[in-house]
Design a protein around this ligand. Structure first.
Ligand SMILES: [Zn+2]
Length: 106
């Protein structure tokens, strides 16, 4: 589910285990890009669809690709990880069972 221990640590810090299990059951993946790695290099739908987010003046810190159920992260800051996880929770089958999310400043 994770290719980066920091991402896992952030999620475990800000979300309860039940929320993490929800992401696991929904087969969500979190992929932290390597330094200087571009989104297009991560081989995902944006390249196939020719959506050049790498060419944006300021590329996004994270992206959630619905069809891959994958969060791609240029930043592993708590704010970015939690924001993108929020998108992933949107596809969890038992959304109403999720507790309110705590913010990084909490
Ligand atoms: Zn967003």
């Amino acid at each position: 589910m994770f290719n980066d221990q920091r991402v896992k640590s952030v999620l475990e810090r800000y979300y309860p285990k039940s929320a993490i299990r929800c992401l696991e059951k929904a087969e969500m993946k979190f992929v932290a890009l390597q330094e200087r790695q571009k989104y297009a290099d991560a081989r995902f739908a944006l390249r196939r669809l020719a959506v050049n987010v790498d060419g944006w003046p300021i590329p996004p810190a994270g992206l959630f690709v619905v069809e891959e159920r994958t969060v791609y992260l240029r930043s592993t800051s708590a704010m970015t990880v939690c924001h993108e996880a929020g998108h992933a929770f949107g596809l969890c089958p038992r959304r109403r069972a999720l507790p309110k999310r705590r913010g990084p400043a909490d």
